[in-house]
Design a protein around this ligand. Sequence first.
Ligand SMILES: [Mn+2]
Length: 289
Amino acid sequence: MIESLPYTFGGLKKIPLKKAKFVILPVPYEATVSFKPGTRFGPEAIIFSSRFMELYDEETNTEPWLNGILTLPEIVQDIDSTQKMMKKIQKNVSKFINNNHFVFVLGGEHSISFPVVKEYQKKYPDLKLVHFDAHADLRKEYEGSKSSHASVMRRISELGIDIYSFGIRSISKEEADDLKNLKNVHIYFAHQYRNQQLLSIAQQLPEGKYYISIDIDCFDPSFVPDTGTPEPGGLTWYEVTGFLKKFIQTHDIVGADLVELAPSHHYCASSFLAAKLVYKTIAYICCKK
Ligand SMILES: [Mn+2]
């Protein structure tokens, strides 16, 4: 009876916070979009689609939801100031991070990764970042904003965090020039690194605590047309999940986000893929010994 499913990630029943290994945090924030708008509807579309997923994962032969997944109330965009909103997000995630919950943030635009990563770095000073995206997001600022979605990795790099970016196929001349001086940013361009190479890199990345930030536009538009700036030549479902599986087997993941889904009314494959990617990531983490 679909009608009776709770409106939560996976349609799962609400559980006490202390029983939740994973908390799903919807952040429908949208302020600095440059092309097609709609990321504010991303979390809602992901949660809606997730209610129709199979909760058994055939690949890992597990039922990831048994580890405890709790959908939190969304962080409402009730203030105009970007800086205040970033502070609000950081404050909100703090208690979950400090109580050892795995926070999985659903965006919203990519800017929201910054306050979450900043708070994670407080707990894990050696925090590193794996980043999937079509865009490098390394602009010093964009359209007058330092908190733009197009600047988020620049801001994170300024925290001294090592960044490993995959699927990149759109970068400005200025960003490409700056890259030589950004010693902690490692870009694996989509035209160079595919399939088996991605799998090898997944195992070779340095040890440490990692946060994973996934901009849904890392996928090819044939998989995910519903995003603000779809770029041709993107990654496939099995390239991304294959990487995540290998990477998670060999590394310690403490938090994640999935951002930039801009759902359309007539095409649900994008939001379903997003929901499934969140659940797959949880499955890979849970089946780790
Ligand atoms: Mn992007």
